[in-house]
Design a protein around this ligand. Structure first.
Ligand code: ACO
Length: 333
């Protein structure tokens, strides 16, 4: 029999420290009005001294396990582009701190598409019988790689983590992931990048500004790519599930910018209220963005059991992806 990966638990974690638009405007040449109208963001959460991506991932992972009513998983994947250290991966440490020492654990780096890529890999691993349950965590702390003087990226990004536990199940049951579509275009990798700190350009010995170790994004070009790629990927995933675009009850996209969500809705000919959004409260949290939006969608009543839901992401690489599921009866923690 075909085995599907089924969503069994959902957990999230945000650092305590909140930075409002007005607070940013006190330090940078920006305003609450500019940030709200250009992005839909009102505030973002930012880690404090001593906190790291791994710390957020552990908290979200613990909550996803609790939501699923278990303390066990057979594999741990952490989608992140801000690992605790360049080497080794963050996932083994996270697994160990969750009491899962011994299970395979690794990171997936697909920037804002990381969570969708990880779900796709987890579905393949469960489908092949390589593992039973997989804990998939999306966690990022972009505040650690932003140029403190860059008013655009500082306005957009926030820190956070979200996680799901996937278990094996029947492809026809609520929560079963299907219709997977993933893609990339490395010829446009310079649109979203941290130039230094890897093997091509070292970051050691000088300041982050001099070496190019800060995150950079060509906002306008990324905007149009994000709209085109996410709309097409969501349609492809729906088509693979034999759903027409109009059959989709809810779309949960990577929360990059409220205007991108509106433009995708427009391009797909769907009402904007089918698109779940929590960007105002958390900003763009990179790999954490989709699970954080899923949890808020359930809490606010936008996501209800039985609905046809498509998840879609777009990010650095460039990378994109989407998949669908019938929403299961789960309670986020
Ligand atoms: N406050 C005030 N003014 C600002 C700010 C700010 N925070 N940031 C930029 N501006 C100014 C610019 O300097 C520019 O001024 P100018 O016209 O005098 O040169 C003007 O506003 C317009 O700048 P743009 O960059 O063209 O603004 P835009 O409307 O495109 O908004 C933004 C920028 C929010 C980044 C938008 O382009 C965007 O959301 N892009 C997509 C991001 C995305 O999808 N990312 C997903 C992947 S991210 C990842 O993978 C990590």
């Amino acid at each position: 029999m075909n085995r599907a990966a089924v969503l069994a638990g959902l957990g999230t974690w945000l650092p305590e420290n909140v930075v409002t638009n007005d607070e940013l405007a006190r330090r940078l040449d920006t305003s609450d009005e500019w940030i709200r109208t250009r992005t839909g963001i009102r505030q973002r959460h930012v880690i404090g001294p001593g906190q790291s991506t791994g710390d957020l991932a552990v908290e979200a992972g613990r909550r996803a396990l609790k939501s699923a009513g278990t303390d066990q998983a057979d594999m741990v994947m952490v989608a992140t582009s801000t690992p605790d250290r360049p080497c080794p991966a963050t996932a083994p440490d996270v697994a160990s701190r969750l009491g899962l020492t011994g299970v395979p654990a690794f990171d997936i780096a697909a920037v804002c598409t990381g969570f969708v890529y990880a779900l796709g890999m987890a579905a393949a691993v469960i489908g092949s019988g390589t593992a039973g349950s997989v804990l998939v965590i999306g966690a990022d702390t972009f505040s650690t790689i932003l140029d403190p003087e860059d008013r655009t990226t500082r306005a957009v990004f926030g820190d956070g983590a979200g996680a799901v536990l996937l278990r094996p199940g029947d492809p026809g049951e609520p929560g079963a992931l299907g219709g997977l579509d993933l893609g990339s275009d490395g010829s446009r990798s310079e649109l979203i990048e941290v130039p230094a700190g890897g093997s091509r350009q070292k970051a050691s010995g000088r300041s982050a500004e001099e070496t190019g170790a800060y995150f950079t994004m060509q906002g306008r070009a990324v905007f149009s790519e994000a709209v085109r790629r996410m709309a097409t990927s969501v349609e492809t995933a729906a088509d693979r599930l034999d759903w027409a675009p109009g059959d989709i009850d809810r779309v949960v996209l990577h929360q990059a910018n409220a205007r991108i969500l509106a433009a995708v809705a427009d391009r797909m000919g769907l009402p904007a209220d089918r698109f779940v959004s929590n960007i105002g409260r958390v900003g763009n949290t990179v790999a954490a963005s989709i699970p954080l939006a899923l949890a808020d969608g359930v809490i606010e009543g936008a996501l209800r059991p039985g609905q046809r839901v498509v998840l879609g992401g777009f990010g650095g690489g460039l990378t994109w992806g989407a998949m669908g599921l019938r929403w299961p009866d789960i309670s986020p923690v």
